[in-house]
Design a protein around this ligand. Sequence first.
Ligand SMILES: Cc1cc2nc3c(=O)[nH]c(=O)nc-3n(C[C@H](O)[C@H](O)[C@H](O)COP(=O)(O)OP(=O)(O)OC[C@H]3O[C@@H](n4cnc5c(N)ncnc54)[C@H](O)[C@@H]3O)c2cc1C
Length: 455
Amino acid sequence: MTKLRLAIVGAGPAGIYAADILLKNERAFDVSIDLFDHLPAPYGLVRYGVAPDHPRIKGIITALREVLDRGDIRIFGNVRFGVDLTLDDLKQHYNAVIFSTGAVRDASLDIPGIDLPGSYGGADFVSWYDGHPDYPREWPLDAQSVAVLGNGNVALDVARMLAKPADDLLPTEIPDNVYQALKASPVTDVHVFGRRGPAQVKFSPLELREVGELRDVDMIVYDEDFDYDEASKAAIASNKQVMVIDKVLNQWREREVGQASRRLHLHFYASPVELVAGPDGRLASFRYERTEPDGAGGVRGTGEFRSVEVQALYRAVGYFGSPLDGVPFDEKRGVIPNHEGQVYAEGDTEILPGVYATGWIKRGPVGLIGHTKSDAMETISHLVNDQASWWSPADPSEQSIVELLQSRGVEYTDLDGWHALDEHEIALGEPQGRARIKVVPRDEMVQIARGQNGS
Ligand SMILES: Cc1cc2nc3c(=O)[nH]c(=O)nc-3n(C[C@H](O)[C@H](O)[C@H](O)COP(=O)(O)OP(=O)(O)OC[C@H]3O[C@@H](n4cnc5c(N)ncnc54)[C@H](O)[C@@H]3O)c2cc1C
């Protein structure tokens, strides 16, 4: 029987779902799958993006783990495509590759002052509080008043993590250094800014409600933002999500405020203009232009400029994919150019045989974990149908890739290693009644996973 040797690069939900769907697919050939990730632990943004106080979503890891534990997929963690492994290597040892490398970078926001000290990317902050091994352990939480730009769920995550009393995060898996830094934070006011109105936000109702339930935090919304135009009224009347969001926001308008020690402000119709430095050269205020509905669901500037004093600003205006060596990349959209997961050669006209994409690197950084499943189904159906154009590897043996990585001195981690790290983290949390405490330094993760930590 023909055998498909498949490499999947990226062990986030998209890569794991793709492997699972292919293995469950009725097909006329055998399959063996190797899953590579540059992190020593799998699960991508479910481990390093989803907020620690969202244990229900983090619980998706249990389902992903069941797929890996079935034993028919090999994992090679701590292997970076483009450094430890190239596209030519994969062509030597596999019939095809699926890239599911997601997105970890912040999308840029090109306004004056965006690089001032005190201005941060939301994605960097997320990586810090979720204990990503490649980010600094220290985070300067020294601001009393903070701005968060963006009206999506990541902006809400960032604002919530900044405003939430640190002790309420203690039962979660946050690393100790994150707890200590949040506990010492002097923040009193977090201001979230969106360019458009309440009827155009991208928050999900559940996440919005959640910020309203934070202990010792007042929600502040401003009456001037609720003078809806016809397009907003129509959006509220026709979409249940928008209707719920409007209801939640209007309930907050009626709430008594003034007792809490922290405040979370939601400002709508505010278009970023510039970040202004104080005499010490650090961020001192954020300047924005008030906008108004343009009658067609968008907004236009009003010419009225306002400023808020802030010592820190986080832009949470989206994520962006990163290019991979030797793989076509759409610089504008931050994705691998593709047709339903079949990767285009440079120029977007011809399909590159044997190369596929799925998840955020295929579609762009929007959508929930569940969406990566339907994505994977589409990509896999092409892969299966494309049998005639798969690569013909010189050495498709399963041992060959192990030998290659060993010959390059790559300290890869495998499924048993992940189990060891997982158990280690759970054991660290146990004495404190916590689900787990994450191990953050990469070398420590690798040592534990490779049984080199003396345990
Ligand atoms: C802050 C934040 C919060 C979120 N919260 C939720 C939520 O509450 N609920 C929800 O449903 N969705 C949430 N999402 C969305 C969800 O995380 C994504 O839909 C999903 O993770 C995308 O999956 P993916 O596999 O495409 O990418 P990722 O999860 O990013 O996985 C990509 C993997 O590829 C690896 N990789 C990258 N480059 C290389 C390379 N060169 N070599 C080898 N490996 C590489 C990475 O290490 C990573 O493990 C959130 C996203 C963010 C950013």
